[in-house]
Design a protein around this ligand. Structure first.
Ligand SMILES: [Zn+2]
Length: 1118
């Protein structure tokens, strides 16, 4: 089969094919005889009836027919000897200093209804009518943007001035979403109310083929910045005659694909010329708050002649790279007065993420993405679209940095565009899309190439009348086994091609035979072990009681396979402080029994029978245990905990039971008790920006990696829920979850009343989500390229196999490819990702994803088919791994250099000749600078003063497994104005750019980045809005830091709360709401996420970074 041909529509796989028994799927899913194949994961993708309505606590359960009544309270359940080992009398150490930890004030009682979490489809907007021009955006178009770019004049305090007296603000912040605590007295300079001009993004009127940087036709005086070709209906925002800079620009017509921006960096306005006809004084605020001196890039930009044709005095050679940290920040007072009148680029004239996202939604969100054609660039992750699998894997499973890759390694090296795929093998699909079909080839197992072991796929070529097939990966000719033989039609295609998923679809599963199982034995169903810290901190905060209460109901919603009535997963329970307590919850017992293991140095599992049980069979005993645990430890004084022995115990228990599984650890403190893996507090912020900073990200001891390796061998995945009051060394504690494919959740300064909604939502989703256990992933490629590097939460013991003790539907593995030979334009390049795993019912399966890419001999084809969001995902992961080994500054420099090389190569090889003063960006990469800047100034690479070492390690770990949609919103948050759109509108309001100057003080905004959620209230908000949303009569009465909106019966309240719920449902973690008032001290927290602005930690603004990038490119080209 020619992979380039488009596959005809696939008929439904409904017709039973008696010859191929596996195809009906009658053996699983409980749909025997049904003509419609069962969806293996239907139970997880669909809603769980009834559960979401369950109140967070107190769900009572009918007692089983056998078993004792639940024990009431503190009655000791088992022998006094055992109990006494950890009883109060033995406690030597009283409450530690952690007890006196500063507590952040709780702001509001927990009160809003629980948002449904977990099984929500990620699709919010309805799919519109089909549009026939969906691919139009892949056509590049020329555009040219000009505008005077120069550092802004020091403004009169419109938000970028020097710190004002507001720095005296004091008090502590409420317990915030991601970052639990913030130092006091570090309030940023706050902008003044009148500094919010209320600029909205320009109306989207221009067709996408043309310049998308059209400044708004109206909207006050703007920099006359555009010289691109005029389209009907377009107009420019200012008189271009007043732009002397544009004279040097070449005529804009017949531009090559790409985005040209000149002026800003190009021919600069005469720096010291007092008369600048094109630039009006900005005191009217129309351009938003003007910026003060930009310390990071302060020294190069004043040197106007560096940038363009402007004659000037000889300049010293600029440094090879600007180092934001090395350049002293010029104080306002030190600047020569002339520089204070310099002008800034018009933010509307530089590529807007919002515009790109909206254009893609409009152009590609209305008709399904059909995967039959090789090398198609899918819609953006921010666009809602349906996928029809016609031979290539859905972009929900695989996204690539480019869908057209260079034929030779020389070309690839020249372009410096990383060739990578972000793979999410078990991605959840929206309900409209079917999960992969499961194919059963019986005892013979899946058909594979004898040489390279690739699995049968639509790209394999059948020859010799169907008796042989040629491997599309290695070209080996293989015999077709007799039972798989089928005739070919006149085109050489098997006549049963469309009846077989593995011959017609991009994604499908095979049932694995015993050959694919450990020790040649089919696996047992996996087990979940809940391991609960019952030290003083865990008890005191109410965590243990909350958790035990929740587990009583949550255990009924363990993952199930297909139509199974109950989950096959067995459960076990351990509690611990500096010793471990195992529980026998065998169904025949009247009461649970506890066994204590105090020899943590040599961990063993004291019981086998009765430790891992079926929930239904042991319901009464489990329920009794969960009632008793909070009571048993209610008076504990034990503050010390162990950690490694706990995981060791869980892993040993799984080993003894000969099954894979998952440990859920609920842990509160730095494990300082004497035991393997004992840690010390080594937090040292003084290491930041030194060569030793990397040690903050490295584990303290090797014990954790050793343990992780053992866990992977056992298929023991670890999910870690942390509830720290202070430093717990996330960098070390997260090693095992990271290497076993698990997740880490962190709730700093946990308080039940403030944080239970977030914790319980995360817990429910985590326990219920589909997981593959004991998994191995291999990515095969056609000759010419191969997978060389991998990023994600997994372990590798060789260079090709990604080992995952567990893999859930949220986790991605990013794979980088390099050439090892020449690729061929005709045959393209193929990827096949094969994931071998054990399902939650204990079935061994192979999930296969195939993707065909184009190959090119022209660099322009590469740049035309790139996906910036995926590039950023790769680059962030690359950088976040780099900080383990290199100084953070070196990592940032590497990113900047690579980005400049990518763009310089485009300019040199793909763009038509134009003035050197123009910045020309490929259409597909026009957001690369803004997004890269967000990565550079993220907490891991450039932390602010309020970011703790644990926060950085936590985020670093999270990003490692993120998919493209998650990294996109994490690095460039969504900012949604709430009162602009009609109240009856049910769709999400269009976002605005993440910059303070986009905020109107008469509006309210939601900001989310996948982890944090803010509601920002402008100081001039209408009283009616305040009343409708907060049930108070004025802005001043709104409680800053509020965590829940009151439930009010009016349209606005319903709309905003509904929007919050829907934002939460789109994300894999619960986002806790924080209400922020304009001018309030909490606003600093919020402004951290306005990523187009200069950050307090020294991160460049978008405009400045673009200037910097342009300079880097020009240096490479000169
Ligand atoms: Zn092969």
């Amino acid at each position: 089969m020619n992979v380039n041909q488009s596959v005809p529509p696939v008929p439904p796989f409904g017709q039973p094919q008696p010859i191929y028994p596996g195809y009906h799927q009658s053996s699983y899913g409980g749909q025997s005889g049904s003509t419609a194949p069962a969806i293996p994961y239907g139970a997880y993708n669909g809603p769980v009836p009834g559960y979401q309505q369950t109140p967070p606590q107190g769900m009572s359960r009918a007692p089983p027919s056998s078993g004792a009544p639940p024990a009431s309270t503190a009655q000791a359940p088992c022998g006094q000897a055992a109990y006494g080992q950890f009883g109060q009398g033995d406690v030597q150490n009283g409450p530690s200093s952690t007890v006196q930890m500063q507590r952040l004030p709780g702001s509001q009682p927990f009160g809003s209804p629980l948002a449904p979490v977990g099984n929500q489809p990620a699709v919010l907007q309805p799919y519109g009518p089909p549009l026939t021009t969906a691919q139009v955006t892949t056509q590049l178009s020329g555009m040219q943007i000009s505008g005077a770019v120069a550092p802004a004049p020091p403004s009169s305090g419109l938000g970028y001035g020097p710190p004002t007296s507001l720095a005296s603000a004091s008090g502590s912040f409420p317990n915030s979403g991601l970052y639990g605590s913030y130092p006091q007295g570090q309030a940023p300079p706050l902008s003044q109310a009148q500094g919010h001009p209320g600029i909205q993004t320009p109306q989207r009127s221009a067709p996408s083929q043309a310049s998308s940087f059209t400044p708004p036709a109206s909207g006050g005086p703007r920099l006359p910045s555009m010289t691109g070709p005029l389209l009907p209906g377009q107009s420019f925002g200012g008189p271009s005659v007043s732009q002397p800079n544009h004279v040097s620009s070449p005529p804009p017509q017949a531009l090559p694909p790409g985005t040209q921006m000149s002026g800003p960096l190009g021919p600069l306005p005469p720096m010291h010329s007092p008369q600048q006809p094109g630039y009006q004084p900005q005191q009217n605020g129309s351009f938003g708050p003007a910026r003060g001196p930009q310390p990071n890039y302060g020294s190069p930009y004043p040197a106007a002649p560096t940038f363009g044709s402007q004659p000037g005095p000889p300049q010293p050679l600029p440094p090879k790279r600007l180092d934001p940290d090395a350049i002293p920040s010029p104080q306002l007072s030190e600047l020569p007065p002339q520089q204070k009148t310099r002008h800034r680029i018009d933010p509307d004239a530089i590529p807007s993420p919002i515009q790109v996202i909206e254009d893609d939604r409009n152009n590609r969100g209305t008709e399904p993405f059909v995967t039959g054609v090789r090398g198609q660039v899918p819609p953006l992750v921010t666009t809602n679209f349906l996928v029809k699998d016609q031979g290539n894997a859905s972009p929900r499973y695989i996204r690539c940095t480019s869908y057209n890759i260079p034929c030779t390694s020389d070309m690839a090296k020249q372009a410096q565009v990383p060739l990578a795929a972000v793979i999410k093998p078990l991605a959840r699909l929206p309900p409209e899309e079917a999960s992969p079909y499961v194919v059963d080839h019986g005892e013979s197992g899946p058909l594979r190439c004898n040489r390279c072991k690739a699995y049968m796929c639509p790209f394999m070529q059948f020859v010799e009348g169907g008796r042989r097939f040629q491997c599309c990966f290695c070209s080996c000719i293989n015999d077709v086994p007799p039972q798989y033989f089928q005739h070919l039609d006149h085109t050489g295609k098997r006549v049963d091609a469309y009846d077989r998923p593995e011959l017609s679809l991009g994604s499908y599963e095979f049932l694995a035979t015993v050959d694919y199982c450990k020790n040649n034995k089919f696996p047992s169903p996996p087990a979940f072990i809940f391991m609960i810290d019952v030290s003083y901190n865990a008890i005191r905060t109410g965590l243990v009681r909350l958790l035990c209460e929740e587990l009583k109901s949550l255990l009924d919603f363990l993952p199930r396979e297909g139509g199974a009535e109950e989950s096959a997963i067995r459960v076990g329970f351990v509690t611990y402080n500096k010793v471990l307590h195992f529980y026998n919850v065998k169904s025949s017992l009247a009461q649970p029994q506890m066994m204590v293991v105090s020899d943590v140095a040599d961990m063993f599992v004291p019981l086998l029978d009765g430790f891992l049980v079926n929930v239904n069979e042991s319901r009464a005993v489990i329920s009794s245990l969960l009632d008793q645990i909070p009571e048993m430890f209610a008076d504990t004084r034990e503050t010390e905990t162990v950690f490694v022995p706990v995981i060791q115990a869980g892993m040993e228990a799984l080993k003894a039971a000969e099954c894979a599984g998952k440990l859920f650890l609920f842990h509160t403190s730095l494990p300082i008790a004497e035991a393997p893996g004992k840690l010390k507090n080594r937090d040292d912020r003084k290491l930041i920006n030194t060569d030793k900073e990397k040690t903050l990200f490295q584990p303290q001891t090797g014990a954790y990696q050793t343990l992780a390796k053992e866990c992977v061998a056992q298929g023991c995945c670890v999910d870690l829920f942390l509830f720290p009051n202070q430093y717990v060394d996330v960098a070390t504690l997260s090693v095992v979850p990271q290497l076993t494919g698990g997740s880490v959740y962190k709730y700093a300064c946990f308080q039940v009343e403030n944080d239970q909604e977030r914790f319980l939502s995360d817990l429910r989703r985590d326990v219920q989500k589909v997981v593959g256990f004991d998994a191995v992933m291999r990515v095969r490629t056609s000759t010419g390229i191969r997978a060389v590097d991998f990023f994600g939460a997994f372990y590798m013991s060789n260079t090709t196999d990604v080992e995952l003790a567990g893999l859930d539907g949220d986790k991605t593995v990013t794979v980088e490819f390099k050439h090892d030979d020449r690729l061929n334009e005709d045959s393209g390049a193929l990827l096949q990702c094969a994931l071998l795993y054990t399902s939650c019912a204990g079935q061994r399966r192979l999930r296969i994803h195939n993707l065909a890419l184009n190959c090119c001999t022209q660099l322009a084809d590469l740049y035309r088919n790139c996906e910036t969001d995926t590039l950023i995902n790769y680059m962030a992961k690359f950088a976040y791994r780099g900080v383990l080994n290199s100084p953070v500054k070196a990592v940032r420099d590497t990113l900047v250099t690579q980005c400049a090389q990518i763009l310089a190569c485009y300019r040199k090889n793909c763009a038509s000749p134009s003035s050197a003063g123009q910045l020309i960006l490929p259409e597909c990469m026009k957001l690369l600078p803004v997004y890269l800047n967000c990565v550079l100034k993220s907490d891991v690479l450039q932390p602010g003063a309020e970011v703790t070492t644990d926060d950085r390690a936590y985020v670093r770990q999270l990003v490692t497994s993120m998919d493209v949609a998650e990294t996109n919103v994490f690095f460039y948050p969504r900012l949604l104005p709430l009162t602009k759109s009609p109240i009856e509108s049910t769709t999400e309001p269009p976002a605005v750019r993440a910059s303070e100057e986009r905020l109107s003080n008469g509006d309210i905004y939601l900001l989310e980045n996948g982890l944090n959620l803010f509601l920002w209230v402008g100081a001039s908000i209408q009283q009616g809005v305040v009343q409708s949303l907060f049930s108070v009569s004025s802005f001043s009465q709104i409680t800053s830091g509020l965590g829940v909106l009151p439930v009010l019966d009016n349209p606005l309240s319903k709309k905003v709360r509904g929007l919050i719920d829907s934002l939460r449902a789109q994300r894999s973690r619960y986002m806790k709401l924080i209400v922020v008032k304009q001018e309030d001290k909490l606003e600093m927290l919020f402004k951290h996420f306005l990523v187009e602005d200069k950050s307090l930690s020294g991160g460049a603004s978008y405009v400045d970074f673009l200037c910097h990038m342009h300079k880097e490119i020009r240096q490479l080209l000169s």
